[in-house]
Design a protein around this ligand. Sequence first.
Ligand code: NOJ
Length: 559
Amino acid sequence: MMAGENLNLWYRDAVFYELPVRSFYDSNGDGVGDFQGLRLKMGYLSDLGVDCIWLLPFYDSPLKDDGYDISDYYSVHPDYGTVDDFQECVEEAHKRGIRVIADLVMNHVSDQHPWFQEARKDRNSPRRDWFVWSDTDKEFQQARIIFTDTEKSNWTWDHVAKQYYWHRFYSSQPDLNYWNPDVRTEMMNVIRFWLKRGLDGFRCDAVPYLYEKEGTNCENLPETHQFFKEVRRMIDKEFPGTILLAEANQWPTEAKAYFGNEDEFHMAFNFPLMPRIFIAVAKEDRVPIVDIIKQTLPIPPTCDWGIFLRNHDELTLEMVTDEERDFMFKEYAKNPKMRLNMGIRRRLSPLLDNDRRLIELLHAILFSVPGSPILYYGDEIGMGDNIYLGDRNGVRTPMQWSPDRNAGFSKADPESLCNPVIVNPNYHYEAVNAEAESRLPTSLLNWVKSMIKIRKKYNTVLGRGEIEFFENVDRRALVFLKTFENNYMLCVYNLSRKPVALQLDLSRFAGWTPVEVQTESRFPPIGELPYFFTMSRHSFFWFKLEPDGSDGSDGSSGE
Ligand code: NOJ
């Protein structure tokens, strides 16, 4: 934890930034990113203005699932450095006022993990019961398969153990058995180990699946909630100020349950919202966004949603209807190579045809709807993807730092890079890179930076404010008011490809003035009659509403 702070709700005001150490910056020229590399790039992240980094798994691993298959919880993958390098990097972040959370993969391990190796070899080994075994592959039939493209069953026959073992993901990732108290104790020790070394919390992977029970779909079982409440009690006591963020790809009711009575997770990803932002702009209709936000509220005051547009996985389409999924595939994944399992393995800019206005519109929505925004590395510069790489590697290519060799990511021979850099002409690293964009005032990078600043300046009203939708306007417009104490922010978005004329009933603010916050332009005062304005395609306004005679200063905490 960072010294001198008692703001334990820091995550409610934070902008998060997700990154893989592997693809971020290679400091030793072996073609793979590392912790010393990330440490060297901390200045970039602090300049961007992010408050918290989320590190993808960096533990030792055979990397069959990019590190989500851990073979030693207490180590750093040798490609990325050592535990000391990790600590130095976290200290550097803290010096700059940036917090660091990391992925914690509790549900499963790698089949190379010594625990599994011991378990499979000896029925009488105490490790045997750390995993879920069966003589048949017929148990827990109601549990769905998640990696539908590669796995035919959640059971795999192990010829050494002479039994089937249970796995919710790849067959190389056997699930741990949480009914066994030693597994739970061990996981508590893993948590302590990393929090003692400076982490500010965890993004907890695959939380719904910890326990299995016959006759259920083996998701969100009461015992899973019970276990996380124990984890929460422990961290609150031993590491106050650290947080737990749930990866529970679930419908709103089940996802909200992970907040408990403010005694479980501090945050949970809002999976149902994300695809609906894409649906809304494609359909030019705000209803999918409005409906889902209403379903995801209210939540307890010390909890928050983690909201995102893209991440390191495919754009998952599990939390939409069949029609919505077909629609998303038709709109956003015309080439079958773009699809993976139940999702679309593309980055933000290519998904939006590299349309700067749409990219800005989606970011603006992200920065103003309820929740803390989570950016995915490279999206702030508009990086492209490579759908010809396997699995989800196409959205995990090296960060594009400069127009130099290997996009400035590494001094290694290009053939030895962990993933090839993007050379598609529309996204080529010679043009799309942090250095070039930092020099161009109108670049996407500078725009994102300015939006993060604005978001922080109006953190209370934009981040924590109550949301109230205007539902009597043209469906192509998304309009809402955010209120925090006496601060009001009116957010207006044109989701359409065409201009839209709007009339808003703002009469309760008669005499007040809307001030557009990107440019601080004062608009005509509000009267009793409908307030008119026109919006060009895919544009937005954030208006701070100022009472008559106001000196124009910002009433919120901010800078
Ligand atoms: C969710 C992670 O985001 C994904 O990348 C991983 O493959 C699965 N969990 C399994 O750990």
